[in-house]
Design a protein around this ligand. Structure first.
Ligand code: ADP
Ligand code: ZN
Length: 737
């Protein structure tokens, strides 16, 4: 009986609750204590076995209800948390992703609460402010004087911050509080300013204006649509999609801009400020836990109107999301290969369709998938044909390394060295690109031929000369550079084979001692601020030669860059099994060479290659993207590869080599028979051992119309229990082969 003395006809109220974080597909029913209001999406504390856990109230029971709790044993919700509830669309989105990726709903739901701090009670922070008109303290010391002078501006400061600024102890600050000169006040929560859609009016070219019109009308259309904004680098895609963001703001809704390399977005942020008058909220892995909590809540309350974020920003609990932009939509960084395997670009399209709002995919080199969707009319294609400045795209030449090789022990061919010399003489910038961190990818013993390998992976250790270490790029294993061969113990016999960016930098410094060189590689730059600073120096012309890995390929606009050299154009093509190898190499080389000559002079690009006749090289050099696409699309169609067919990978791993192989064969034997779906393998994964785990892979290939999830589910039910050290990962739409 409740407090009104009634006994509900339906018995006491119960609700299904999901435990985020648990690898469970299932909700459990809980009693709702009288007087507690709960609604779907709200966060609650519940007893779960011996623990208390955070749960989300779901609207309909999920999973196998035959395992539902016996009503007599049913427990009650302990408390409702003071956190905004997840909107219904977030619940549907989590269910959709769970069904598509075959990941337990609990793990997917975990991604929507990726800010622990938002769920913990927040202690208000206290600071101090000056008390105007108070009497001077009876004992005025120099330290007190400094503190009061700084506080004189009336701002609120945290005690320790004021003490640091005044070069005194916090005791001095406490003394001033005691004397009544300072008063303790709560520091206001950080507010998210509202970006102003009318802050600046942009003058668009005719082509841009047409694109703006198309995007703005898709926002006005009040429904789901996908637009592919396809324009060469420098054509103004960012300026154009800002107008879609502005229109979304005018309608009072939230917008998400997803970028693959959020850490490198200093330049992006200043352009955002120029257009909208304030910073957007940022969401990425470099945020502090407290900041994560704040952004999460601000997304949930609707206070954060525009969020710029990495792929995980898609799972924030937006109060009213009305637009998603996926910039550099072709970038493989949108694919997550950890726990829940998902492709954030594709999932943003799902999010748009559930939330009934437009999605904009932007790139200078869209993915084959998006091209096909545009060609078949599923996506609207919006093309920006030329650069905003009117500058031409750079001339790109191949340097045939078979005919024009570098000198022995060097990596830059005479033609490329000539181009660098010329560019330097003209006081312009050059960029040398090599997608390989470190000094040398292989260390070899001259005496015994031993190759230094990672003890835990099928991989050579990469020499990092600045740090004097050998590192594994797969598991992070690291070893101080040995003096002698680890195998035959011959002193001084180890030699570096092949180039990494550090080695290219060494060669450049020897050849051009007068040039100012910047080396950009993620392992050499400690943090976000340092990165943004180096980028700033490049933009302002304090650097002559930039040498970098793929972190220079993305998003930056180097206005003074005239010459680009690709040190090893073939690098991505020798990757073997990856069906996207050609596409990716094309995208990467096009993006990098496209950095040249964006502002002033006509840029030049040079690609060092052993295969100048390869279709990818031909497309890069001729700039004939369409015929490359035709070929690539045709090849995918004939091979039933994505997007014409569906792929999934099963990766079986174990520390024990035989166990992994035996289990992989067992899994293969139990594949349900099908005349449409093919199972390939098992075969050792391309990197057969990672972190000491032996990995075997099965590939599932299905025609587009087939339901690959149903097939995999059926297969899963036929498998023996996965116990002990064995692991089985399912990757629907695998990217990284
Ligand atoms: P993309 O994203 O296609 O590479 P951007 O939007 O970065 O192109 O534009 C390239 C450069 O041209 C930027 O410096 C940008 O500010 C400038 N730009 C593009 N369109 C305009 C415009 N309509 N008015 C002023 N500047 C523009
Ligand atoms: Zn390793």
């Amino acid at each position: 009986m409740n407090e009104h003395g009634e006994r509900g006809l339906l018995g006491p109220k119960t609700v299904p609750v999901l435990m985020p974080g648990a690898p469970l597909d299932q909700t459990y029913d809980y009693l709702v204590p009288a007087g507690l209001a709960v609604e779907p999406g709200c966060f609650v504390l519940v007893p779960f076995g011996p623990q208390t856990r955070i749960g989300v109230v779901w609207d309909t029971p999920q999973g196998d209800q035959s395992r539902a709790v016996d009503p007599k044993k049913m427990k009650a919700i302990t408390e409702r948390l003071d956190v905004p509830p997840l909107p219904a669309v977030s619940l549907r989105f989590a269910e959709w992703i769970s069904g598509y990726t075959l990941s337990p709903l609990g793990l997917v739901a975990r991604m929507t609460m990726s800010a622990q701090a938002a769920f913990e009670p927040q202690k208000p922070r206290f600071g101090v402010r000056i008390v105007a008109g108070a009497q001077e303290p009876p004992r005025m010391t120099p330290a007190r004087r400094r503190a009061l002078d700084i506080a004189a501006d009336g701002l609120i400061r945290v005690k320790s911050a004021l003490a640091t600024e005044a070069q005194c102890s916090t005791g001095v600050v406490d003394g001033l509080v005691a004397s009544g000169n300072l008063v303790e006040v709560a520091v206001p929560e950080r507010r998210y300013p509202v970006p102003d859609p009318e802050h600046r009016e942009t003058q668009f070219t005719d082509a841009q204006a047409e694109a703006v019109h198309a995007l703005v009308s898709s926002v006005d259309g009040d429904g789901f649509s996908v637009s592919l904004l396809d324009g060469v680098t420098g054509s103004g895609k960012t300026e154009v999609y800002f107008e879609a963001v502005a229109q979304t703001l005018r309608k009072g809704r939230q917008a998400l801009i997803m970028l693959p390399e959020i850490a490198l977005t200093g330049q992006f942020m200043s352009r955002f400020v120029a257009r909208f008058g304030c910073q957007p909220a940022e969401w990425h892995s470099a945020l502090s836990p407290a900041e994560r909590g704040r952004v999460w809540k601000a997304a949930a309350s609707g206070e954060a109107r525009v969020i710029v974020g990495a792929r995980s920003a898609l799972f924030l609990p937006y109060a009213d999301l009305g637009l998603v932009i996926v910039d550099e939509e072709h970038d493989a960084g949108f694919k997550q290969d950890d726990r829940v395997h998902y492709q954030a670009r594709d999932m943003s399209v799902v999010r748009g369709s559930l939330g009934k709002f437009p999605v904009v995919l932007a790139s200078a080199t869209p993915s084959i998938e998006s091209h096909v969707n545009a060609r078949t009319g599923r996506y609207r294609q919006i093309v920006l044909p030329g650069r905003f400045t009117g500058a031409d795209l750079p001339d790109v030449k191949a340097i045939d390394l078979r005919r024009d090789p570098p000198e022995k022990g060097q990596w830059l061919s005479p033609v490329l060295v000539g181009a660098l010399t010329e560019t330097l003489a003209q006081r312009q910038q050059s960029l040398l690109f090599l997608n390989r961190r470190g000094y040398a990818p292989l260390t070899l013993c001259r005496a015994c031929g031993h190759r230094v390998e990672c003890p835990q992976c099928t991989a050579w250790l990469v020499e990092h000369r600045f740090r004097r270490r050998l590192n594994c790029h797969h598991c992070g294993f690291s070893l101080a550079m040995p003096e002698a061969c680890p195998k035959c113990h011959e002193e001084g016999a180890l030699v570096a084979c092949g180039p990494g960016v550090e080695r290219v930098a060494e060669e450049v410094r020897e050849r051009f001692p007068e040039a100012r060189v910047a080396l950009l590689s993620s392992d050499l730059i400690p943090g976000l601020e340092e990165m943004r600073q180096i980028i700033g120096e490049i933009e302002s012309g304090e650097v002559d030669i930039i040498i970098g890995t793929q972190i220079v390929a993305k998003g930056h606009n180097f206005p003074l860059l005239a010459t680009v050299g690709i040190v090893d154009g073939d690098l991505g093509l020798s990757m073997g099994a990856d069906p996207r190898a050609g596409e990716r190499t094309f995208q990467l080389l096009h993006q990098v060479t496209g950095r040249a000559g964006r502002a002033m002079t006509k840029g030049r690009g040079f690609v060092q290659t052993h295969m100048p006749d390869h279709p990818v090289m031909e497309a890069i050099i001729s700039g004939d993207r369409e015929s490359f696409l035709d070929r690539e699309i045709d090849m995918r169609r004939r091979g039933l590869l994505p997007p014409f067919g569906r792929l999934a990978a099963l990766v079986i791993s174990a520390r024990d080599k035989d166990l992994a192989e035996k289990f992989a064969r067992e899994v293969a034997r139990r594949a349900p028979p099908s005349d449409r779906i093919a199972v390939l393998g098992p075969a050792e994964a391309p990197i057969a051992v990672v972190r000491g785990r032996h990995r075997w892979r099965l590939l599932v290939k299905a025609p587009r119309e087939a339901n690959i999830q149903d097939y995999l589910r059926q297969w899963g039910e036929a498998l023996p229990r996965i116990a002990g050290d064995l692991r089985l990962a399912v990757d629907v739409d695998p990217y990284n082969f």
